[in-house]
Design a protein around this ligand. Structure first.
Ligand SMILES: C[S@@+](CC[C@H](N)C(=O)[O-])C[C@H]1O[C@@H](n2cnc3c(N)ncnc32)[C@H](O)[C@@H]1O
Length: 240
């Protein structure tokens, strides 16, 4: 599906909000800045989820492709989806260097526009990407993800999720920025985190958890790295 196939009220997910992942300089610095997406971390996630040869895996908002590559190394068929052409070009080069270009299909589409025209997925993964959408559109995306998965298939969501008491927002946001921001050249900076909070769409945990259930998922594990980051491993209910 292309953006132009949708009604005029439909969200334009190709317009970058917050950090501009269409900027080649942001893309080139990404693997240095994103400390959660190292090869070791993505390999551990592949093992934790139990991805093996023959599985069909969809990575939504794949970025520079580190997870997609580690998943493909198991022999899985991987669909790597992103709205940023520069991100996809960078990820494709990494896949070619790893000898995996025939095992990963790259799609210049997004959460709201990717059409999965292949075997139902065993796993759908999205990390650090869904917060680019407002809540209404996140709900639409969760319904779409449920249709991409086979019954009992696994949906893994890692993202910024606010699990602090809402009235304490100021202290938690300021503590997060103070703790996580790095000097320029070493990681995401204070300005990057400020942009994230101001312009992007992190959701409260109690809202996203209701949305996951409403979309037909059972939440099997909740890993709260902090009051601002959570990973959910969910399973699509057989009946949905
Ligand atoms: C912070 S990066 C995360 C990349 C990777 N998943 C990781 O964990 O390192 C966010 C990615 O989501 C992509 N993105 C933003 N909005 C999107 C959308 N609506 N659909 C798909 N990808 C999107 C951006 O282009 C960017 O590559």
């Amino acid at each position: 599906m292309k953006q132009s196939d949708n009604p005029v009220w439909f969200y334009n997910e190709f317009r970058q909000v917050g950090t501009d992942f269409n900027d080649p300089a942001v893309v080139a610095a990404y693997d240095r800045n994103q400390h959660s997406s190292t090869v070791e971390a993505e390999q551990a996630l592949v093992e934790q989820l139990g991805i093996t040869a023959g599985d069909t895996v969809i990575d939504l908002g794949c970025g520079t492709g580190t997870f997609a590559i580690q998943a493909a190394l198991t022999g899985a068929r991987v669909h790597a989806v992103d709205v940023s052409q520069p991100m996809l070009a960078y990820a494709r080069q990494k896949a070619i260097a790893a000898g995996l270009s025939d095992r990963i299909r790259f799609h210049h589409q997004g959460f709201l526009t990717y059409n999965h025209n292949a075997a139902p997925a065993d796993f759908v993964i999205t990390q650090a990407a869904m917060h680019h959408l407002p809540d209404f559109w996140k709900m639409v995306v969760l319904l779409r993800i449920a249709t991409m998965l086979r019954p009992d298939g696994v949906f893994y969501l890692w993202d910024t999720v606010f699990s602090f008491p809402p009235s304490e927002f100021q202290a938690h946001i300021e503590a997060w920025i103070a703790r996580a921001a790095k000097p320029t050249g070493e990681g995401w900076t204070v300005t990057d985190f400020e942009t994230h909070v101001r312009d992007e769409y992190t959701t409260f945990s109690w809202i996203i958890e209701c949305m996951l259930e409403e979309a037909g998922f059972v939440i099997e594990t909740v890993e709260r790295a902090s009051s601002v980051i959570t990973a959910y491993t969910c399973r699509k209910k057989c009946s949905s």
